[in-house]
Each structure stands twice: as structure tokens, then as C-alpha cells.
Design a protein around this ligand. Structure first.
Ligand code: TPP
Ligand code: MG
Length: 320
């Protein structure tokens, strides 16, 4: 595929934003500033960014608990995101949802459920409304390799295929569901893509450490979906760089394998491409790191200075 310099730079900036957000999340958590626990999306950024590079105004999105940085790409401000993460009133749910619920419907984000897989159908529902109203848009739904084995995923896939709904199912295969390796939970090597055939859907497996490879696969599948031919499955193969949650010492996996995978760094690959093509120089890259980091530091300072949610308020907006 031929790319304009502008497109490559946009992709790089989104990738870098995700990377630095996910790093900042880990560092801020280590400082004890985030209540609860976080699931770091480090290593999976290209899956989300490459896929979402095919998005159009009016599309719908169902994220997962993994790459929280995506919320910022879709429009949620860093101030709102970090406030929610740090349980502050200035967060999108007033601090009630926390890190797993950084989401705003005004950006067509459908939220997500901690009961994994039950929310896959939300994207199907959004797609059903688009189809019903004759609106030329689609929905994206992200889920993990472990979640891929749950029933609700398959029910959502079946109906989406029967009704030819405009949905892209994106399996972020980071090879682990907590401590269970994908080979121990799935009878097929590609738990996302290998199952698409059962529902008559096309699928692709992409190198999830290469943002352009993900984009190209996503582009082929979203062209199919946007042509009204029904849903599809994209599986991105990557590797979860950190534990399931911060503090997970990962005794169930080989450190040497993790280190090998961490060399397949999506951000470093894009930087090499941009430098080789002389689209950008090292000083400009350094400058981008600094600017994005400054933006995040300002957002964290805003969140820290914001009022915390109080115990009395946690039952507000509860209807039953
Ligand atoms: C229905 C359900 N079962 C179990 C859990 C506990 N749980 C939280 S994250 C997780 C692992 C999910 O693995 P995967 O789908 O591969 O996503 P990843 O965490 O790797 O991004 C599990 C089992 C849950 N939240 N919901
Ligand atoms: Mg996983």
C-alpha cells in the first residue's frame, strides 16, 4: 500500500500517544495514586491504533479493559480520563467507574462490562440501529483471546452474521487470559479468526506488533463491512508486555520469551520507518515525546487537584 507522509505521521502520533498513556498509567499506579488495579495495554497499542485508523465519523466503539489509552484517541480528554482513573468527580462517571470505565457516549463509545464478553453484543446493537436507520457507519468491538472462548461472543457473532450487521470483531490476542496461555484455552491457534468461518464471516490474522500490517488487514475487512456485506473478524497477534495487572509477577511465563516479544516494538518500528524515509528526524521525535508527556503531566495535576468522590455519593445515579 502507498501512504502519504501525513497518514504515516498521524498513525505514529496515535501510536505514541497510546504508548505514553499506558506507560504513564503504570508509573502513576506505582506512585499509589490510582485506587483499584490497572491492566496495562503496553504491547497491544498497534492492534487498537491500526484498526481504528479505518474509523469514520459516526462509527461506534466498544473497547476492552486492556488499552485504556484508546478513549483519548476517540475524544475523551486526558483530564477527564485521568480524573476517572483517579476516582475524582471530574471523571466521566464522576470517579465511580475508575480505570475500566473511561468512556463517553458523546464520542460513540459504548462502554464496557467487567463481565467479559457480555458487552460484545453492544456493538451488534449499535450496528443494528445503524442498519435499521440506513446510516452508512459501522461498529468496532475489541475483546481478548481469553474472552474469545466465551459464549456471548459467539451469540453476538452468529446474529451479526445472520443479519449482516456492520460490525468488526477485533480479537486482541496478547496470548494470555490472566495466567492461561492461549494454547491452553483454545483448541485452534487463532481464537478469533479461526472461528469466523463457523459464521460465514471473512477474517484476517495480522501481526499485532506492526501498525501498518494491522491497518491493511483492517482496511480490507472494513471495506467489506462498509459495502454492506456483513461482519468480519480481525485478530491481532501481539504479546502482553506486563502482568495481567500491575503486581502480577508472571511466574507462569518465561522471561526470555517476554523479552524477545518486547523487541517487536510497534513504536520503534514506526520510528525506524519515519526516520528511514526522512519524514521526521530524531529531534522532532524527542520533541513529540516531551509534548505528549507534558500534556499528560498537566492532566494528572488537574486530576490530583480535583475533588474526590465521597462515600455518600457512590449510590447517586443508582436507580434500583
Ligand atoms: C465473565 C468473566 N470471567 C472472568 C473474568 C475475570 N477476568 C478479568 S480479565 C480476564 C482475562 C481476560 O483475558 P483476555 O480476554 O485474553 O483479555 P486480556 O486481559 O488479555 O486483555 C479474566 C478471566 C471476568 N472479568 N469476566
Ligand atoms: Mg489476552
Amino acid at each position: 500500500m502507498e501512504y502519504s507522509n501525513e497518514f504515516l505521521m498521524k498513525l505514529y502520533e496515535e501510536l505514541l500517544r497510546c504508548r505514553l498513556f499506558e506507560k504513564k498509567l503504570v508509573d502513576t499506579y506505582a506512585l499509589g495514586k490510582i485506587p483499584g488495579h490497572i491492566h496495562s495495554g503496553l504491547g497491544g497499542e498497534a492492534c487498537y491504533v491500526g484498526t481504528l485508523a479505518t474509523r469514520q465519523q459516526g462509527d461506534y466503539f466498544k473497547n476492552s479493559h486492556r488499552c485504556i489509552a484508546v478513549a483519548n484517541l476517540l475524544g475523551v480528554s486526558l483530564e477527564t480520563a485521568f480524573s476517572e482513573i483517579m476516582a475524582k468527580r471530574t471523571g466521566n462517571a464522576g470517579g465511580r467507574g475508575g480505570v475500566n470505565h473511561v468512556s463517553q457516549l458523546k464520542y460513540n463509545m459504548l462502554g464496557f462490562s467487567a463481565t467479559l464478553a457480555c458487552d460484545i453484543g453492544l456493538a451488534g446493537g449499535a450496528a443494528m440501529r445503524l442498519q435499521y436507520d440506513g446510516i452508512d457507519n459501522m461498529a468496532y468491538t475489541f475483546y481478548g483471546d481469553g474472552t474469545a472462548n466465551r459464549g456471548p461472543v459467539h451469540e453476538a457473532m452468529n446474529l451479526a452474521a445472520v443479519w449482516k450487521l456492520p460490525v468488526l470483531f477485533v480479537c486482541d490476542n496478547n496470548q494470555f487470559g490472566i495466567s492461561t496461555h492461549v494454547s491452553q484455552g483454545s483448541s485452534v491457534p487463532n481464537p478469533g479468526a479461526d472461528r469466523a468461518g463457523a459464521y460465514g464471516m471473512p477474517s484476517e490474522v495480522a501481526d499485532g506488533t506492526d501498525v501498518l500490517a494491522v491497518y491493511e488487514a483492517a482496511k480490507r475487512l472494513t471495506d467489506h463491512i462498509r459495502a454492506g456485506k456483513g461482519p468480519a473478524v480481525l485478530e491481532c497477534k501481539n504479546y502482553r508486555w506486563r502482568g495481567h495487572f500491575e503486581g502480577d509477577q508472571t511466574p507462569y511465563r518465561d522471561k526470555a520469551v517476554t523479552e524477545e516479544w518486547m523487541k517487536k516494538d510497534s513504536v520503534a518500528k514506526m520510528e525506524k520507518l519515519l526516520l528511514d524515509k526522512k519524514i521526521i528526524d530524531q529531534a522532532a521525535i524527542d520533541n513529540m515525546y516531551q509534548q505528549i508527556d507534558d500534556e499528560m503531566e498537566r492532566a494528572i495535576a488537574f486530576a490530583e487537584a480535583s475533588p474526590a468522590i465521597t462515600p455518600e455519593e457512590i449510590y447517586d445515579n443508582l436507580y434500583v
